[in-house]
Design a protein around this ligand. Sequence first.
Ligand SMILES: *Cc1c(COP(=O)(O)O)cnc(C)c1O
Length: 400
Amino acid sequence: MIWYPYQQLKTMADPYLITDAQGVYLHTPDRKLIDSVSSWWSVIHGYKHPELNRAIIGQVEKFSHVMLGGLTHQPALRLAEKLRQFLPGDLDHPFFSDSGSVAVEVALKMALQYYMNRGESQRTLILALEHAYHGDTFKTMEAGDDEDYHFVLQAYGPSPHVVHIPTTIPALEEAFRRYHHQFNCLLVEPLLQGAGGMRMYDVAFLHRARELCDQYDVLLIFDEVATGFGRTGHRFVADLVLPDILVLGKALTGGYIGHAATVANQKVFDGFYDDSPHHALMHGPTFMGNALACCAALKSIELFETQDYMAKIRRIEAITRREMAGFSHPLVKEVRILGGCVCLEVHDARSLAGYQQFAYERGVFSRPFLNCLYAMVPYIITEEELVTVLTTMKDWFART
Ligand SMILES: *Cc1c(COP(=O)(O)O)cnc(C)c1O
């Protein structure tokens, strides 16, 4: 049998079989479901988008993939140039890889080696956040703070290479006071911590983080795998506070093909760019810069820019605030809304048991996790469809 993700295969409910998908809809053999999760937050333009389809088909007819070792190609060169224009500041140097986890690994490797290349071998510590999620590979589990991985803690003990703090300025200042000479980076999911429970925090924390990173010469890494491309109501949180390394994934290709980018600024890039072969970045995923993924990403960014996606996201946020205004229920601890993300946090995760099937019967696909009933819809959703998603969430509580 297939290993399905994050689940006890023996007791899990059967997954829904998808036979077709178009716009915001997933088709099962007997129903049409609005995807309120955008296939793990990535399908921002919806499914079977004619222009994205054409972009990929056009490239398939030339070549689907060639490696970037010793070779290059126009889709990768054009995407690098597009990202250079599209991203803020001097985030000009993308390293491509095939998933968000790998892209975070690359960012952490860059941060460590940046200082090793300068002979600062004591900078082995990562500063990260409580409840952080940065992926499922070993170093990202270590930098993350996810209860699901406590078996790793049991096996190896707490990591001596990571310091975790809450998202408060005093905790941030204290960590820098104690460890600043050992930190190579501060790694954060900016403004919105997704898989750790849809936790939202203030931009003042990030401004202070930038100041402290400058003061102590520590690299600031934004993992915008989830928040990038408008999800928080900003194109990138990096538009508000500029990191040294920006990690993009998920929506980078409009959710069409797994691909990611670790984008370094000039300072980080210059820390590797010299005559010593020992100062090179030793990383090279087989499918980095895949031509189909690059073509999908180029078209996705073009749609994002030319069809004023930021206005679509503001509209989603406004409708969500309107529909959630005045909503409360004893089972619900808090309603949180930021850009294209809404989360109803419940006191007890058990009060969400059965929601997925309830939503299915109302034509909505949802996948609650932890204490979170949330939606991150495709940006092309209509008002009526969005209201259906939000009403389904509220009705679940009204029924009990
Ligand atoms: C999803 C996610 C990742 C991991 O991306 P994959 O493509 O699943 O490896 C990393 N960081 C954040 C913030 C994410 O939301």
